[in-house]
Design a protein around this ligand. Structure first.
Ligand code: HMG
Ligand code: MG
Length: 287
């Protein structure tokens, strides 16, 4: 690793992935406070909320109010999850700077999560990409179940690569590989990156790990060794998908910061501040 290594870029997904599966309604003011604290800790990107069907994910139905209430730092990109054109219109109105569409490498998960086949989700993304591009927003595309599906079992890495190729044909999108249920081992990361790595420029490839069996950090380490430099994580290890039974928390940001540091990779994020935010948010959620 050269001394010129640009370090690790972390997208904090706690306010979206971390909160979407919480059953108790969290007051909007506390979500705003969470984003503001994360901004002050120096994250380059924060996934603030989701403009999905409010009746499907009620916890995030206040997405516009959260965007309206946050104090923006100039060095942070504030992004939102969107499933379709209606979502991107709402995200633009709210002032999101980036949108994240989401599909899967598993047909069953795609149906349960978005009421659409993989083909249909990609069709829905076309107007999203067009509108986001016209508004100057950057775009991320998640591929869930990149390692395993809660309904179909292990995922073939070539199937992931096939979805990734189709997403890249939409335009310059960032590709985010989701281990939705935290099934990955470091060997799975080897296989996944052998299939997908050659298709995607390093600066456009992101890994989104959930932590079921305490090996997400080992998976992130393997990915770093293989050259991956962009990761998602959630402060306090919050998280889970409502359509992935048993989906555990995301890789904890605190652990990813410790790992990056031990690998000599700079993040620009204040680890002490993040530890404090983790404690605070777990108190808010009565964990
Ligand atoms: P649908 O029912 O097929 O959509 O839902 P539709 O186009 O048929 O519309 C039905 C109704 O929904 C209409 O309202 C639309 O206006 C409304 P009506 O006319 O009946 O009153 N609607 C919307 N309202 C607000 N915002 C929108 C929107 N779209 C339609 N954007 C849809 C399809 C995808 C929209 C729905 O299934 C949905 O919202 N799903 C959300 C699923 C979700 O948020 N899952 C969790 C996030 S994914 C995840 O966690 C994985 C990830 O972390 C990576 C990983 O870990 O792998 C990203
Ligand atoms: Mg997730």
């Amino acid at each position: 690793m050269s001394s010129e290594d640009a370090g690790v870029v972390i997208t904090e997904v706690g306010p979206r992935d971390g909160l979407q599966n919480e059953h108790r309604a969290i007051p909007t003011a506390q979500k705003i406070e969470l984003v503001d604290r994360l901004s002050r800790a120096g994250f380059p990107e924060i996934e603030v909320s989701a403009f999905v069907r409010p009746d499907v994910v009620p916890q995030l139905s206040d997405a516009a109010a959260v965007f309206a209430g946050i104090e923006r730092c100039p060095n942070t990109v504030y992004s939102a999850l969107v499933p379709n054109e209606q979502g991107v219109i709402r995200a633009v109105d709210a002032g999101a700077q980036k949108v994240s569409v989401f599909t899967a490498a598993s047909e069953t998960f795609s149906q349960k999560n978005t009421n659409a086949t993989i083909d249909e989700t990609i069709e829905r993304f076309k107007p999203v990409v067009q509108r986001a591009g016209a508004e100057g927003l950057s775009i991320r595309a998640y591929v869930s179940c990149a390692v395993a599906c809660p309904y179909e079992g292990p995922t073939d890495s070539d199937a992931v690569a096939c979805v990734v190729e189709r997403l890249l044909s939409l335009g310059p999108v960032e590709i985010d590989l989701g281990d939705t249920i935290g099934a990955a081992t470091p060997d799975d990361i080897d296989r996944l990156l052998a299939s997908v790595g050659p298709l995607v420029a390093t600066e456009l490839l992101v890994l989104h790990l959930h932590d079921t069996r305490g090996v997400a950090v080992s998976c992130a380490r393997r990915a770093m060794e293989l050259g991956v430099r962009r990761f998602d994580a959630a402060v306090g290890g919050l998280g889970g998908c409502p359509f992935a039974p048993g989906a555990p928390g995301n890789l904890a940001t605190e652990s990813l910061l410790t790992l990056s540091d031990s690998m000599g990779l700079h993040t620009g994020i204040d680890a002490e501040a993040v530890a404090g935010i983790g404690q605070w948010v777990r108190g808010v959620l009565a964990r």
